[in-house]
Design a protein around this ligand. Sequence first.
Ligand code: XBP
Ligand code: MG
Length: 223
Amino acid sequence: MIFDVDGTLVDSERDGHRVAFNRAFADHGLPYRWDVEPYGDLLETTGGSQRLHRFLEAEGMAEEKRAELVPKLHARKNEAFLELVTTGAVEARPGVHQLLDALEEAGVRLAVATTGSRAWVGPLLDDLFGAGRFSPVVTGDDVEVRKPDPSAYVQTVDALGLPAGQLLAVEDSANGLQAARAAGLACVMVVNDYTAGQGTDGAALVVDSFEDLDLDTLAGLVP
Ligand code: XBP
Ligand code: MG
């Protein structure tokens, strides 16, 4: 099974990345603040750097200025996000730990395909789920193009060395679903508050919580 991270394994956006972006703005003396509701629209752009570029461009910031500022803001955001992870502000979604334990017991291999940055993905996974739990872990830094492009999933499938028909992706968002489907994978969606209204066409199953999933149901989705 190949898991997305943000919004899927962990509730990381509202109380994690969003708060960390705001810390980065404040630390750079910038007047911007991303509130809970508008951040949902910003999430349509995957990747923190890409999100910053889109937002600052809409604010009228010139490309040259953005090219200089965005890497600094993004690095600060990632640091602040890791601080939030270590203080417990980012948690696994309910039912995730139980499902991962059951999958492991059944001999299912666990992998990650995310758009997030390597700087925080590894430490977060180690901290919340135990070191080495997922293999491979393909991050946004490992691919040229982020989701909804299928590159992260294609790379993960290659590294697993298994036919796509034996694999199942788990996603929270329409962008993630599109990426998984374009890589030829069946995909379960476990939606959250930010993604509940998004398109689910082509999903093998859509649920609100990992507590609604069990091994028999998941096994039935792998052709
Ligand atoms: C998640 C994202 C990420 C995070 C921030 O998309 O879009 O950008 O918001 O992480 P998905 P970075 O869940 O589809 O992988 O700032 O490290 O990019
Ligand atoms: Mg996601």
